[in-house]
Design a protein around this ligand. Structure first.
Ligand code: NAD
Length: 493
């Protein structure tokens, strides 16, 4: 019988109130891996209530910030010890290369260690007073129960970007992972219990977005929602949060430009373009899906990218030699393929890929694809495809390029390949995106804050700034003068 996974609430595995489960499939082999609990409003209420009880408990409130940091450090250690197990579970669940997931898991403890170190540095400040008798200071307080809703492409990393700063700041959390990847987030909750987090500090309710996700966002006791996913869902969540005046952090979609100037090292740039769009089969929010190449290097770049794209080894994500795994689920494959067809109808040339490759596994594989003869008026250039599809376009000068690169509803990231230092800094200023990479792509660190501009998001993840997003700031005014308080209706001379 297929293995069944229950919610994790108040330190225990809890069966879904409605008794229903849904299947999760390996996208490379199409085998059913497990069934996860299909959560609904009742399960969410149970989880939020548990998180609230823990938040208000003496045990959690009296735990010093340094000790809270210690719990996070211990959780990071445990993740490091279980990196191989977690990488395998995640690769089976979402089809991403085992070696990429292994890299992510080996790196993940650093997120917990970073926020462990910050936990006892959440502090306010003393404000210059309006009078010598007034002491005015600020203090940062945790918000309460934070809801975290995450996608399937990097389940544990994206969950960690939310819960590590939220817990460091003293909140408790309820996580609703993607319905495509429930497994590792449940495992994370078990490891957190092992690390010593009190029951109810970290809860997981699995299920569908429209059911468990929507119930979490609309729960009356939720103090904040932190979401990573599509722009469409983000807009719905922002509207719900706004209606109840609760905060939200949203990390959404992208259509990032990867720009190659004529003074770039073109061989390096070609590698950066390939890494930007074909890593993780293009299923990353920061995918460099719009490639702009200066006309003087356009042909050379195109040749290098198409040549390498054609030789990328596609297959079983668990094998060390595989360079590209499948897309994560059937609808994702259909979406990517339909965008490529649409591009061709719009007049694009499909220079490489654009089809399902020969692979001796039945999964949702798609060839690395290059589209040319494209421009900013086409949907394949304007909309997020979330697959291994690069639209490559020439440009003639820097001003034109800046106009083209910024002509998008998104603003998540941008890559610039140039050996001109002044140009690098100039472009970093002129490009309308929250992360700019020069002569590199996809670099990320828990220490470096990132923010999506325009339709790519609201709020900041990573860095000390992110931890502040999980606090509220209180201003305290104290009159240190114990003398008589003047009658407010007697005019002072
Ligand atoms: P999605 O919006 O479909 O789902 C994301 C999560 O939201 C899932 O857990 C889903 O169950 C839940 N959800 C769906 N509908 C909901 C609703 N009405 N109420 C509450 N929750 C709901 O996105 P996806 O397909 O899982 O992920 C891919 C998207 O995520 C892409 O657009 C990608 O760019 C984006 N993404 C962004 C970042 C970033 O940091 N900016 C990182 C990774 C992925």
């Amino acid at each position: 019988m297929t293995k069944r996974l229950d919610h994790f609430i108040a330190g225990e595995h809890v069966a879904p109130a409605a008794g229903e489960y849904f299947a999760s499939t390996n996208p490379a082999t199409l085998e059913v891996l497990y069934e996860a609990a299909r959560g609904g409003a009742e399960d969410i209420d149970r989880a939020v209530s548990a998180a609230r009880r823990t938040f208000e408990s003496e045990g959690w409130r009296r735990l010093s910030a340094t000790r809270r940091g210690h719990l996070l450090r211990r959780l990071g250690d445990l993740i490091g010890e279980h990196a191989e197990e977690l990488a395998l579970l995640e690769s089976r669940d979402n089809g991403k290369l085992l070696r990429e997931m292994r890299g992510q898991m080996q790196n993940l403890p650093e997120y917990y260690w970073y926020y462990a170190g910050l936990a006892d540095k959440v502090q306010g400040s003393q404000i210059p007073a309006t009078s010598v008798d007034i002491l005015n200071y600020t203090q940062r307080e945790p918000l309460g129960v934070v809801g975290a809703i995450t996608p399937w492409n990097s389940p544990l990393t994206l969950t960690t970007s939310k819960i590590a700063p939220a817990l460091a700041a003293g909140n408790t959390v309820v996580i609703k992972p993607s319905e495509y990847t429930s497994r590792t987030v449940l495992r994370l909750a078990e490891l957190a219990a092992e690390a010593g987090f009190p029951a109810g500090a970290i809860n997981v309710v699995t299920g569908l977005g429209a059911e468990a996700g929507a119930a979490l966002v609309s729960h009356r006791d939720l103090a904040k929602i932190s979401f990573t996913g599509s722009t469409l869902t983000g807009a719905r969540i922002a509207a719900e949060a706004a209606s109840r005046f609760i905060g939200c952090t949203l990390e959404l979609g992208g259509k990032s430009p990867n720009i190659v100037f004529d003074d770039a090292n073109v061989a390096n740039a070609a590698m950066g373009v390939i890494a930007g769009i074909y890593a993780a089969a293009g299923q990353t929010c920061i995918a460099g899906s719009r490639v702009f190449a200066h006309r003087a290097v356009y042909d050379e770049l195109l040749e290098r990218v198409t040549e390498r794209a054609a030789s990328i080894r596609i297959g079983d994500p668990l094998l060390a030699e595989t360079e590209l795994g499948p897309l994560a689920f059937e609808a994702q494959l259909a979406k990517v393929d339909s965008y490529v067809r649409l591009g061709a109808e719009e007049g694009a040339t499909v220079l490489a890929g654009g089809r399902r490759p020969e692979v001796d596994l039945p999964g949702y594989f798609y060839s690395p694809t290059v589209l040319t003869d494209v421009d900013n008026s086409m949907r394949v250039v304007r909309e997020e495809i979330f697959g291994p599809v690069a639209a490559i376009m020439p440009f003639d000068d820097e001003d034109e390029l800046v106009g083209l690169a910024n002509d998008t509803e998104f603003g998540l990231a941008a890559g610039v390949w140039t050996q001109n230092l002044a140009r690098a800094h100039r472009l970093a200023r002129r490009l309308d995106a929250g992360t700019i990479w020069v002569n590199t792509y996809r670099a990320m660190s828990p220490m470096s804050p990132r923010q999506g501009f325009k339709s790519s998001g609201v709020g900041i993840e990573h860095g000390i700034e992110s931890m502040h997003e999980y606090t509220r700031l209180k201003s305290v005014w104290i009159n240190t003068d114990e003398g008589p308080v003047a009658d407010p209706f007697v005019m002072r001379g």
